[in-house]
Design a protein around this ligand. Sequence first.
Ligand code: ZN
Length: 160
Amino acid sequence: MREYDIGFKVKVCSMAELEACDAELVGAAMRATETSYSPYSHFKVGAAIRLESGEIIMGSNQENASYPVGCCAERTALFWCGANRRDEVIKAIAIAACTRGKFTSDVTGPCGMCRQALLEVEHKQGSPIRLLLYGTNGIHIVDSIGSIVPFSFYSDSLSL
Ligand SMILES: [Zn+2]
């Protein structure tokens, strides 16, 4: 028997320590929470995607009385990019969440389904998507989606 570690680095910083373009992206994710439709959870999530062109695409969670019909903020933004900017490389995604009028102190990471969706794009474009997670206690930065999806399932997994 043998064992091994699967580790990845996380940088933690304050808003003031972020580079200007990252601070802008996190700010966009925070603003995106304002467009959340979340009458059931009251948990407002905002996502902001930075394209290679510099453009920022925002998304927010959209709930439904039939719960599975809803969509997370990350996939709302990601699928908009797929439909409208399909040839552009995604450089980064920032995520912020608030509830009862306050941003969360801990960071909010993407759910498993969103990780899988982001991973597919990262794999398809052949370059990493940085992840910036906002919490009032600090911003956590990971250099690729693949890092947070160990033993991932790719299109290559379907070949025999
Ligand atoms: Zn999700």
